[in-house]
Design a protein around this ligand. Sequence first.
Ligand SMILES: Cc1cc2nc3c(=O)[nH]c(=O)nc-3n(C[C@H](O)[C@H](O)[C@H](O)COP(=O)(O)OP(=O)(O)OC[C@H]3O[C@@H](n4cnc5c(N)ncnc54)[C@H](O)[C@@H]3O)c2cc1C
Length: 257
Amino acid sequence: MNIFVIMKRTFDTEEKIAVNDEQIEEEGAEFIINPYDEYAVEEAINLREEHGGEVTVVTVGEEESEKQLRNALAMGADKAVLINTEDDLEDGDQFTTVKILEAFFEEKEVGIILAGNVAIDEASGQVGPRLAERLDIPYVTTITSINVDGKTVQIERDVEGDVEKVETYLPLLVTCQQGLNEPRYPSLPGIMKAKKKPLEELELDDLDLEEDDVEAKTKTVDIFLPPEKEAGKVLEGEVDDQVTELVALLRNEAKVL
Ligand SMILES: Cc1cc2nc3c(=O)[nH]c(=O)nc-3n(C[C@H](O)[C@H](O)[C@H](O)COP(=O)(O)OP(=O)(O)OC[C@H]3O[C@@H](n4cnc5c(N)ncnc54)[C@H](O)[C@@H]3O)c2cc1C
């Protein structure tokens, strides 16, 4: 089975993020594989172990994305593809990314494509479903379990804490949710092997695309951090006094009474 993972290089939101000139400051930021895409890579490897085939990880990005692709190869993926837009495009949006991925997959024989549920940086959750629509294949989002039996696929998906069971068929696109698996850490031999695994680099030209074909349909006009939270108030003294003060604060300051 041809198993593909579409994955995104994102900055680590656990680290401090600086916004400068209405853009996220890339200098000094830590970059990682989008965490939901790690579930996708892990599940792709599990599917290959069960059903055979090959795992290819694909990123639309820049030269720096090679590091995250190599990490996925170190986890156990077989091949990587970097669609490098650095020289061709300055801006892009979900339309851009999906149009490029659609052109990449057009000539491919797809068994299954695994994506993350959402990218933790821009978080639109659009790329997976939009790509499946363009490829005219079924898709199931936020999956927490998958079982492939021939062409039939049984899936459990997370629906706000409930579980929904879905039956569908290959070829298929799924987006992966926390709880699907525990992504492995790359082992030392895995890291060594990854250096020799194939990493193909493509540009728009190779996909018969012109800049105009993928021109963004939306523009981010502003990005800003939320206002800093004011320090909380700690009431002290006798309980009766605290209650009186609390009621006064709720009435006069919070104006909720
Ligand atoms: C040339 C170019 C320039 C860009 N410039 C900017 C910019 O200046 N400012 C800006 O804010 N954003 C920029 N972007 C990023 C773009 O706006 C979105 O981040 C991107 O389309 C994905 O949307 P999302 O983050 O909401 O992903 P979601 O839809 O939330 O991601 C869901 C899943 O889709 C897959 N996926 C998402 N992105 C990719 C990818 N790139 N490659 C492979 N799989 C992917 C992953 O599996 C991911 O888990 C640019 C993109 C391109 C292609």
